[in-house]
Structures are given as structure tokens and as C-alpha cells.
Design a protein around this ligand. Structure first.
Ligand code: FAD
Length: 384
């Protein structure tokens, strides 16, 4: 039964093929010939009614594109094109200080209506040596420059360490995907910060760096003053980012030399409603002084709660600092970081010399405190 239906089907197809107009286009002719040939050459069941003689298959000439002369180079070329089209070339360094490198925004985490955590990743994959990020992180406080393309201007932003939590088995300051995470606040009437906050994941921004703004090991420092000892960090707004970088460095260093140190951060923020940086929360957990020997203590002040950083707050922090190792295990440092007005108020104006920004004369609240206590010489003050 089945065999009979197959035979019927084959004869039907043969009829249809032979019914194709003979002077048809070559393709139709070829199709017909091919179909007839395939059907008629089925060995198991010869055609039931070969009403038309089936012409023998045409002599097979080898097409030019199947000759080894042609196929081998073609395969190479096609392979190369496929490879270059499907794989993105890797560049050795994700950032460099000399030219802007395109970075994709991979995520944004709004912390308040005017501030966000923005994560960037090199658009082209890069494979720096394993020591690349650890060298940058251990060199000093560093920032990158991000360009506003329409205006062709750039501003500095301070990347936050990847993570601080050692309990998760991740090393301090590690950056496995060459990502940069920055905390950005939009400045009213600003050029670059509103531009950055309006970017969405998938958008591209241009990044250049690193720019080291403060070297952890100053050139020509005495041996005992090469390392940073205890720190009081007075931070305003996004000025908290260098405080997190510095503490991450001290935590990573501690595991190396086991020194006991204390980091006191006085952090002034506009509003208590702004979400805390996850990195700051981690930093507090990591720096409990138990496992690391680094005691991290953050005190929060909020403009909208009327809790500003006042002179007694700094005096209390500085007293604690002097009670530490006081220079035996490194130099004690007071750092002031934030908007220009903030730095001026707490440590005095920065200066300019030969077209370069300098630390200027120590002044402000910190200047007053140190002068009155005659401790200024022992404590380094840094304006960021
Ligand atoms: C080393 C370094 C690291 C920095 N890191 C960060 C960072 O991690 N995150 C971050 O958001 N910013 C950071 N900044 C500040 C940043 O570079 C820009 O200055 C800021 O984003 C404003 O740029 P803008 O182009 O939007 O405003 P601009 O056009 O430069 O300024 C517009 C107006 O706002 C004033 N202004 C500028 N900045 C502030 C401010 N912070 N608060 C109040 N008024 C201001 C200016 O004096 C000017 O009058 C850093 C700056 C430096 C020097």
C-alpha cells in the first residue's frame, strides 16, 4: 500500500516536472532536470510509468571555485574576516593618561535626585597586566578625567575601590572587569556633572587617566614617615570618594605590615535622605579594628538636619589622632576634601604657582586648631 502511494507520488511529480514550459528560464529547466534525475535514479523503485525518456545527467565538470587553488586562500580570507568581525580586538590598558578611551556606562544607581553611582567599563576589552590596578591603587589618591564631547571640556572624578569586603573572598581594590565606579553629584549650572548624570546604561563616555592627586609615599620622605599613620578625613559631598580610596589602601597595606592605625572620617552631606554609598558601608564593616588593626570610624553630618562639622568635632578627632602612634608608624595626616568653599573654610585657600595649583597657606578651622595647639609640625594637612 505504502509502496503504491510512493510510486503514485513519484509519477505525479514527474508529470508536473515535464509539464514545466520547455523554453523556460534556465533555473526552472535545471530544477526540472535535477528533480527528474533524482527521482529516476532512485534505485529501490524504478519509475512506474516512464512516459518521457530521462536524459542522462550532464557531464560533471569541476566548478572553478572548488579547486584547491581557489578554496585555500578563500578559506583563509573568510576565516580572517569572520574572526575580525566576530571578535573585538583587545587593547592592553583600559585607561591611559595620554588619550581618551571610550567607556560604556554599564550601570547607574541613583542615590538621591541629584547624585548617582555610575559604573563604566572599557568599550573595547582590555587585558592589562594583573598588577595594573594594584599599582594604581597603591600609588596614591587618583582620579580620572571625563570629557563632555559637545563642549570638549573635561572634569576629574574619583573611582571608588571595587569592594572592600574581604569576607567575600575578594581582595581590597581588586578590579576584575576593569570597571570604574564613580560617585557623581550634579552641580547647578555645571557643564559635565549634569551631562554625566543624564547618561544611561549603554551610552559611551570618554575617560583619561589616572591622575595621581596625592602620592601615598612622598619623594624624599624619612623612612618612618614613608607610610601614612593615623588619618582624620574631613569630607564634603563627593569629597568622600578619596576618603574611601585612602581607607581601602590602608586596609590593603595593613594585611602587608600589620600596623595599628585609626581613620576618623567626618562626612558632611547635604541631606540625610541620600542613600549611603555601599562602599562606605563596607568600609565601616571592614575597618572595625578587630581583624585588620585599622579602626575606621565615620561620623555623619547633614545640612538638612543642621548638623554641620564644627570646630569641637575636629578638635575631638585630632586629639584622638595625636593619641595614636604619633608618627612612629608613619605620618599622621588631616585631609580636607570637597567643593572649593568647603576646603577654604576648613583648611584655607589653595594657591597657584607657575600655572600649577599648590596647597597654599594652611588656614581655616584646621589651621586655627593646629596653631593653637602647637601641633602643626607633626601633622601633615592635605587639601584635595
Ligand atoms: C581631583 C578631583 C576629583 C574629583 N572627584 C569627583 C568625584 O568623584 N565626583 C564628583 O561629583 N565630582 C568630583 N570632582 C569635581 C568635578 O571634577 C567637577 O568639578 C564637578 O563635577 C562639577 O563639574 P561641572 O562641569 O558640572 O561644573 P562646573 O561647570 O565646573 O562648575 C559650575 C559651578 O559650580 C561650582 N562648583 C563646581 N563644583 C562644585 C561642587 N562640587 N559643589 C558646589 N559647587 C561646585 C563651580 O565653582 C562653578 O561656579 C573632583 C574634582 C577634582 C579636582
Amino acid at each position: 500500500m505504502l509502496q503504491r502511494s510512493i510510486l503514485r507520488l513519484r509519477s505525479h511529480l514527474l508529470q508536473r516536472c515535464s509539464a514545466l514550459p520547455t523554453p523556460g528560464p534556465p533555473a526552472a529547466k535545471a530544477l526540472r532536470l535535477n528533480l527528474q534525475t533524482r527521482l529516476s535514479t532512485t534505485k529501490s523503485s524504478p519509475p512506474a510509468h516512464p512516459r518521457h525518456p530521462i536524459p542522462p545527467p550532464p557531464p560533471r565538470t569541476r566548478p572553478f571555485y572548488t579547486t584547491p587553488f581557489f578554496t585555500i586562500p578563500t578559506a583563509f580570507i573568510l576565516g580572517y574576516v569572520t574572526y575580525t568581525c566576530t571578535t573585538t580586538p583587545t587593547i592592553p590598558y583600559p585607561i591611559n593618561p595620554y588619550s581618551f578611551t571610550p567607556h560604556l556606562i554599564t550601570s547607574t544607581l541613583p542615590l538621591s535626585p541629584t547624585s548617582s553611582l555610575i559604573t563604566l567599563s572599557p568599550k573595547q576589552p582590555s587585558a592589562p597586566p594583573p598588577s595594573f590596578w594594584s599599582i594604581i591603587n597603591s600609588e596614591g589618591l587618583w582620579s580620572v578625567q571625563i570629557k563632555q564631547p559637545q563642549l570638549q571640556i573635561q572634569r576629574e572624578y574619583t573611582p571608588l575601590p571595587e569592594t572592600l569586603l574581604q569576607s567575600e573572598g575578594r581582595k581590597v581594590g581588586r578590579n576584575p572587569d576593569n570597571e570604574l565606579t564613580i560617585f557623581v553629584r550634579a552641580v547647578d549650572g555645571g557643564e559635565v556633572s549634569p551631562y554625566l548624570l543624564s547618561r544611561k546604561p549603554g551610552d559611551v563616555v570618554e575617560v583619561r587617566g589616572p591622575v595621581v592627586t596625592y602620592a601615598f609615599k612622598p619623594e624624599g620622605a624619612l623612612k618612618e614617615e614613608e607610610d601614612i599613620g593615623n588619618v582624620v578625613f574631613i569630607a564634603g559631598g563627593t569629597g568622600i570618594s578619596p576618603a574611601i580610596q585612602l581607607t581601602a589602601h590602608l586596609l590593603s597595606q595593613h594585611t602587608k605590615n600589620g600596623k595599628q592605625r585609626r581613620v576618623k572620617i567626618l562626612f558632611a552631606s547635604r541631606t540625610a535622605d541620600e542613600k549611603l554609598l555601599p562602599q562606605l558601608q563596607e568600609l565601616q564593616k571592614s575597618g572595625d579594628g578587630k581583624q585588620g588593626g585599622i579602626k575606621v570610624d565615620v561620623e555623619y553630618f547633614y545640612d538638612d538636619k543642621g548638623t554641620f562639622i564644627k570646630k569641637p568635632d575636629i578638635e575631638a578627632a585630632v586629639v584622638g589622632l595625636e593619641m595614636g602612634n604619633g608618627g612612629k608608624d608613619g605620618r599622621d595626616v588631616i585631609m580636607v576634601s570637597g567643593p572649593e568653599g568647603f576646603v577654604n573654610y576648613y583648611a584655607g585657600k589653595k594657591g597657584w604657582k607657575d600655572g600649577l595649583e599648590t596647597q597654599g597657606v594652611l588656614g581655616g578651622v584646621v589651621g586655627e586648631i593646629l596653631k593653637s595647639r602647637k601641633q602643626g609640625g607633626k601633622i601633615e594637612v592635605v587639601k584635595l
